[in-house]
Design a protein around this ligand. Structure first.
Ligand SMILES: Cc1cc2nc3c(=O)[nH]c(=O)nc-3n(C[C@H](O)[C@H](O)[C@H](O)COP(=O)(O)OP(=O)(O)OC[C@H]3O[C@@H](n4cnc5c(N)ncnc54)[C@H](O)[C@@H]3O)c2cc1C
Length: 479
């Protein structure tokens, strides 16, 4: 069946999904294939995937300019299996160490309690403070919403925040721990403190729960603790396979369709798109906006102004992904690892570096090391003013301080620079209230839904989980 959204015979779709990032595609897949609704997905760009941007060139490099790997959450694995990617999954060794650059050298992050004792990242005072907090002997929270900095300082001590938590936050959000909300940005860890007796007990129990969940589904690929996933040709294989499956099953996936306006007329929504062939109108019983918050805000400006205002308050910093390659001989380390993060106190501008070709096979030619560097973020707004060549030069100087031989004369092979003007939504203080406002406003417009990475977590697995929940709500509404 091929859907003709505006045809006279069949004018009204069940679901219009706006945005073909992983959130929108997951909803479309669930509603079109599992629930058999008539679905159209409209994407503004000429490709699907949104933030997922895998690329390769003729020289033998294959890289990512957005997400570089994922936690193999059951929902993500299940979706990958459903769209035929079970054999394309690649897993990075879970034992590969992660490093923190501190006092002029790399220090491996401890992967177990005994290695935590031996590790040099924290001083003895810092280790004892962390252990006391992790075992559940932290002072209770003060009244009001805690920032990530306040929450982890209270639980684990200031040193652990500076050397472990803050670099990790740079790696996930490129954010500012003093502005991010603990309950919104780290909801799982936040719940551990409240639901279990201390972070350590909570982490062990919830890891057991996750393992039991995975073991209960024999169709999912086997994944060992700590392994991170991608696909043979990069993460983009997932959105592309979903789009292909949707088309095969009769759903419509339009590219270069940009939603300009949306209104409700009686029981249906009328959506107007700019397309390469002029304006198109889609009539549908329900609409899901899977667009970034600042775009969703514009689309809802006249229709649900309070939701629009709340969405506009969600900040997205500028982050550059800088993909560079060097001969292996130029490194000060053997480069067996996941990558390194850099605390803001170490005089290095780059936030962190993923050692891409150490993670997955086939990402660089023999003898070369491929690196994905992140620079910018909430604490470095001046990055937005740099040219591409200035960004490359800044990262190269930093790499000479962190992982390259300091006296190397080799210049980087610049593979790609992708400046994300608005990279990742920041779950800052007040975020949950803003989302509650959006959800309350949506109640005024039955059949209108919002699902994207500014609700329920930014990681790919979180986007998929949250979108499946949203699909269930839409299913209940359409029934
Ligand atoms: C640099 C970077 C690194 C990351 N690293 C990781 C990582 O390693 N692991 C991980 O799990 N996650 C990572 N993430 C997070 C993760 O990639 C994102 O949170 C996720 O991909 C967002 O998916 P989404 O569908 O919610 O939004 P998006 O991917 O932003 O999709 C939204 C889509 O809406 C489209 N759109 C916008 N306006 C319109 C319109 N008017 N009409 C039609 N379509 C429109 C856009 O073109 C886009 O395709 C990273 C993100 C970034 C930016």
């Amino acid at each position: 069946m091929s859907l003709k959204p505006s045809s006279e015979a069949n004018p009204t779709l069940d679901v219009l999904v706006v945005g073909a990032g992983i959130s929108g595609l997951t909803i479309a897949h669930e509603l079109a294939i599992a629930k058999k609704y008539r679905v159209l997905v409209a994407e503004a760009q000429d490709r699907v995937g949104g933030a997922i941007t895998s690329a390769k060139n003729d020289e033998g490099y294959q890289w990512e300019e957005g997400p570089n790997s994922f936690q193999p959450a059951p929902e993500l694995l299940r979706l990958a299996v459903q769209v035929g990617l079970k054999d394309e999954l690649v897993l990075a060794d879970g034992k590969l160490p992660r490093f923190v650059f501190l006092n002029g050298k790399l220090n491996a992050l401890p992967m177990s309690p005994p290695s935590a004792i031996a590790s040099n990242i924290l001083t003895w005072g810092g280790k004892i403070r962390l252990a006391i907090g992790a075992l559940g002997f932290a002072r209770p929270a003060m009244a009001g919403e805690e920032s990530v900095d306040q929450f982890f300082s209270r639980l684990l001590g200031k040193q652990a925040v500076e050397r472990l938590v803050a670099p990790f936050i740079s790696g996930v959000y490129a954010g500012d721990p003093k502005q991010l909300s603990a309950s919104a940005a780290f909801s799982k860890i936040f719940r551990l403190e409240n639901n279990y007796n201390g972070l350590l007990a909570g982490a062990i129990l919830s890891a057991k729960e996750r393992k039991a969940q995975k073991l209960s589904d024999p169709n999912l690929p086997k994944v060992k603790t700590g392994e991170l996933g991608s696909f043979r040709e990069g993460i983009k294989m997932l959105p592309e396979a979903i789009a292909t499956k949707l088309r095969e099953k009769g759903a419509v996936v339009k590219q270069q369709w940009t939603l300009r306006s949306l209104e409700k007329q009686g029981e249906v929504y009328i959506s107007k798109f700019d397309t390469p062939t002029g304006e198109e109108t889609v009539t549908s019983r329900s609409v899901v906006l899977s667009t970034p918050a600042y775009i969703t805000a514009k689309l809802l400006q006249n229709y649900l102004p309070a939701a629009s205002q709340a969405l506009n308050e969600i900040f997205y910093p500028t982050v550059a992904c800088v993909v560079l390659a060097y001969p292996k001989s130029e490194f000060a380390y053997d480069m067996k690892g996941f990558g390194n993060l850099i605390p803001r106190t170490q005089g290095v501008r780059t936030l962190g570096t993923i050692w891409s070709s150490s993670l997955f096979a086939g990402r660089a030619p023999e003898g070369w090391q491929l690196l994905l560097n992140f620079i910018g973020g909430t604490l470095d707004p001046a990055l937005a003013k740099l040219s591409e060549s200035e960004i490359i030069a800044a990262v190269h100087q930093d790499l000479k301080k962190t992982i390259l031989r300091p006296n190397t004369k080799v210049e980087p092979k610049a593979i790609a620079v992708h400046v994300w003007d608005k990279a990742i939504p920041q779950y800052e203080i007040g975020h949950l209230e803003r989302i509650a406002t959006v959800e309350a406003e949506l109640q005024k417009s039955q059949g209108l839904y919002v699902s994207a990475n500014f609700i329920g977590g930014v990681a790919l697995g979180d986007c998929i989980k949250r979108s499946l929940q949203e699909a269930n709500k839409i299913d209940a509404y359409l029934k």
